[in-house]
Ligand binder design. Sequence first.
Ligand code: 5GP
Length: 118
Amino acid sequence: MSSESETPSIFTRIIAREIPATIVAETDRVIAFEDIAPKAPVHVLVVPKTEQYRDVAELAAGDPALLAEIVAMAQSLATELADGDFRLIFNSGENAGQTVFHVHAHVLAGGLEEASLA
Ligand code: 5GP
């Protein structure tokens, strides 16, 4: 567990319903909710419920099946909320723009011609 995780991450607090969010999908291990500052018509964060992985490399090494579940949820949400096409972004590290060190996928869909990279 990372040092940032000594207190619950903002996403763990959303999962616990301590902070409101618009939740669009949930399984035993993964949750998806709308980003608070959307960069595209559909901008959803897909997040494992465990905060033990800081970034996608740690997740891929530690639990590749959980990473596959995130990708499958992204595909399903893009089909449900847009035309099925989507961009999947994992910011990894501060210099890549990561601000929350609880691994999460940005799913961008719908009108991506206008969307900047998250
Ligand atoms: P990162 O910069 O770490 O890749 O992405 C973090 C994302 O979390 C940002 O796009 C930011 O808008 C989103 N975010 C930060 N705080 C909250 C929050 O309290 N609620 C929701 N729904 N999204 C948040």
